[in-house]
Structures are given as C-alpha cells and as structure tokens.
Ligand binder design. Structure first.
Ligand code: CA
Length: 196
C-alpha cells in the first residue's frame, strides 16, 4: 500500500481526499500547515509520494519541496494549485516538483497521475531472486544455493553466474561477458580468468 503524505490546509478538501485516496489503496497521512509537515515525526522518509498544496497559512508548498530536495529527499511530489497559483508552477517544477494539478480536479485523474509518479519512481519491482534449475541466487544477500546447499563463489564467479542465469538460453560472446564483468573498480577479469 503506497504511503501518501497530504499537505493541505483546506480541512474539507483534505478530509475528502484522504477518504477517497484511502479507497483507492493509498495509506494517507495529513498535515495542514508547513510547521506541522516540518515537524512530522521521522520526516518525509516514510512516505512513497507527497501531495502538497501551494498556498498554506504559514508559507508555500514550493518552499517545503525545495527544502526537501536540498536535503536529498527524492520522493515524488505532486502540487495541488489554485488557479491563480498556476502561473507559478514553473517555480514549483524547477524547485523539484514532479507534477501538478489545478483545483478543482477530478479524483480519477489525480489517482492516475499519482500511480504514474509511483511507477516512474520505483520502476517495475526488481526481482530479489534469480532461479535456474536447482540454482537459487539471492540478490540482496549475494548468496547462491544449489539444491539447498550454499555455494562458495568468488566475487567474479558470482557475477558471471548472475550474468549467465539472467541470459539463460542465450549465447553470450566473450566480449559481452568481459564487458559485463569489468566493473570499473579495478577488479579486472581478464580473458584467461574468464576461460578458467
Ligand atoms: Ca491552500
């Protein structure tokens, strides 16, 4: 369930949005002021996407976005703007925003845009394991087991195995394999090592 942070000072809009987005599968947390958002426990790190109103009682959603980006946060941000704020949207996007919608908006379109932003941010979920025959490669753990037994592999052997399993059923040239194994960190795999 994507966790969404909504910064919106219009209480009835915030309430309605939180309810509707909740129905659409988002887990919504709301703040009504910049101060509240800035003091949010744990900051914005726990959210997958941020929806920021621009005109807030104690400042602008643009400022909040800029401070987040300056602090290295790259969570997708969509601005909700009133019509008269739309002229400023270039500032919002240049300041690190990803998209915007002008009020009033259709809920369906908002959800589609949010989902598109989430897709772009996360891409298709990367696989955590590769399998081939009795081999199981646990990618986050860099562990390989065959029929349940852990294999002791060197770093180069591990990378070669991952490459071959990823391209199972395909022919790879020596050049392509060397290019892939040469990681630019000085861990050079030469032609002889590859042969072995
Ligand atoms: Ca507002």
């Amino acid at each position: 369930m994507p966790r969404l942070f909504l910064l919106e000072d219009d209480a009835s809009l915030a309430e309605g949005l939180a309810w509707a987005l909740g129905k659409q599968g988002f887990e919504v947390s709301c703040a009504a002021t910049l101060a509240q958002a800035r003091a949010w426990p744990g900051g914005m790190a726990g959210f997958d996407i941020l929806v920021l109103d621009v005109g807030l009682p104690d400042g602008s959603g643009f400022t909040f976005c800029e401070s987040l980006r300056a602090a290295g946060c790259n969570t997708p941000i969509l601005f909700l703007t009133a019509a008269e704020e739309e002229v400023n949207i270039i500032r919002g996007l240049d300041g690190g925003g990803d998209d915007y919608m002008t009020k009033p908006f259709q809920l369906g379109e908002l959800c589609s845009r949010l989902r598109a932003l989430l897709r772009r941010a996360g891409g298709a979920a990367a696989p955590q394991t590769l399998r081939s025959g009795g081999l199981v490669i646990d990618l986050p753990g860099c562990r390989v087991t065959r029929s349940g037994r852990t294999l002791e592999l060197t770093a180069a052997e591990y990378r070669l195995l991952c490459l071959l399993v990823r391209h199972a059923g395909q022919t790879l040239t020596r050049r392509a394999i060397l290019d892939e194994l040469w990681d630019g960190t000085g861990d050079f795999v030469d032609d002889n090592t590859l042969s072995v």
